[in-house]
Design a binder for this molecule. Structure first.
Ligand code: AMP
Ligand code: MG
Length: 419
């Protein structure tokens, strides 16, 4: 077995062969390439994809000053004369501008989105006007520029709207449309091959013999990869058989940008992946000071990055979010952002021994007085996948933490956006 070569400071102090979570993540990220090939896609098809170009606005959005309300447009110099009656000399609708210009003592009827005409800089809501034919009576307090949306107030001409590396969301798609973009350059999708290992695993549809279980990891992996817009190659279940594993790993690395497996990386008699991969010597088997998810294999199979995740279903999800997700984001060219962490009050005591970083499953909610409160989902074993379903956050308890009292503050990482 090879241990990773890392500076001493990366190792957990109490045991130098054990890595801290952050150090392991850094070490993984440092070794990964960024995918470079790009494709031009029709705007709608870019949703969820990573931008391969900076988006610079060719014009102002909105392109002209326009009304934010249905009402009357006038010159702010007339506001000093209020209360007063102004003469309505025309009207402007969205898409149907007023052709003339407005003189002092005049106003026009204007609807939301219509161009504010020459001579006007202020709009008064129709609810604040009294209409008598063409004579409009205004009173009350109004300020220059009220209810007028200025040209370029959303996006200025020449502004960098989005930088390369941004993952396009629903609002972004709308913004790109407002710039008139019909096509956008994005990075190619990452292709990930994955399979489960274990003689006990059966696929859905097969019958279970004593000692068998259904393979759930391939489904959580599928879902987590789907969320990232990954092109997937699901290779099913591979038996704990050296030749079968060797062939599967070979095929996976030949056909994908990244290979992910689950199971068979811990210390156990049937842990063939370890034995297989130790030979080429490009894969490290890490003991990470974390719970769940302590064993993790990471390296390369013939230049293809490889993650050997633990077999336990909760460990798969925790190690995916901590290590694989940032790795895939980096390879896909996505700009990395630190996860959103919140502080919450522990509703009940949380037991923990110092030594490992724990990712406990929590339920975060707002208490009656509007404070964030978190409680555990119950049993925290790494095989209890229902704890992930019931939870809506991880409770992050660092290596030194020796337990939390009820009422103490803890750091939580919400699942929102993750799952
Ligand atoms: P391993 O890491 O292979 O020793 O597996 C650890 C535990 O996780 C064992 O109880 C396995 O049965 C279980 N396990 C491994 N792979 C899967 C899977 N794909 N789906 C559900 N449970 C699994
Ligand atoms: Mg196994």
């Amino acid at each position: 077995m090879r241990e990773p070569t890392l500076p001493d400071s990366c190792a957990a102090p109490e045991n130098p062969s054990v890595l801290r979570v952050n150090a392991a993540r850094e070490a993984i990220l440092a070794k990964l390439p960024v995918l470079q090939s790009l494709q031009k896609l029709a705007l709608r098809d870019t949703l969820g994809r990573v931008l391969a170009e900076d988006i610079i606005s060719p014009f102002n959005v909105p392109p002209y000053a326009n009304s934010a309300m249905d009402g009357y447009a006038l010159a702010s110099t007339d506001l000093e004369k209020l209360p007063a009656t102004l003469r309505c000399v025309g009207q402007a609708f969205a898409g149907q501008p007023f052709a003339g210009s407005v003189q002092p003592g005049e106003c026009i009827r204007i609807m939301t989105g219509a161009i504010v005409p020459d001579g006007c800089d202020t709009v008064i809501m129709q609810e604040q006007a009294e209409v008598d034919g063409d004579n409009i009576y205004f009173s009350g307090e109004h300020r220059r520029g009220d209810n007028v949306r200025l040209a370029g107030e959303d996006i200025a001409q020449g502004q960098v709207v989005f930088s390369k590396g941004r993952r396009i969301n629903a609002a972004d798609l709308g913004l790109l449309a407002s710039l008139g973009r019909s096509e956008v350059s994005v990075l190619r999708k990452l292709r990930v091959a994955f399979f489960s290992t274990g003689d006990e695993l059966k696929s859905i549809g097969e019958s279970l013999k004593p000692g068998d279980i259904y393979d759930s990891n391939r489904y959580t992996l599928f879902a987590m990869l789907q969320k990232l817009g990954i092109d997937m190659l699901d290779m099913g279940v591979i038996k704990d058989d050296p030749e079968a594993l060797r062939q599967a790993l070979q095929a996976a690395s030949d056909n994908a940008d990244v290979v992910i497996t689950s199971g068979g990386v811990s210390v156990g008699d049937a842990d063939y992946i370890k034995a297989l991969l130790a030979e080429p010597g490009q894969v490290n088997f890490w003991k990470i000071a974390m719970k769940p998810g302590r064993p993790l294999a990471f390296g390369q199979i013939a230049n293809t990055p490889f993650f050997g995740l633990p077999g336990n279903p909760v460990s798969v999800m925790v190690t995916f979010y901590q290590f694989v997700l940032p790795a895939l984001q980096k390879m896909a060219g996505e700009t990395q952002t630190a996860p959103l962490l919140l502080q919450a009050t522990a509703a009940a005591p949380i037991r923990k021994r110092p030594g490992r970083f724990e990712f406990q499953r929590g339920i975060l909610k707002s208490s009656a007085d509007g404070q964030l409160q978190v409680c555990m989902t119950g049993e925290q074993g790494s095989g209890i996948l229902s704890s992930m379903s019931h939870a809506n956050c991880f409770i992050l308890l660092d290596e030194n933490c020796a337990g939390i009292n009820a009422g103490e503050r803890v750091t939580v990482q919400p699942f929102a956006g993750l799952m």
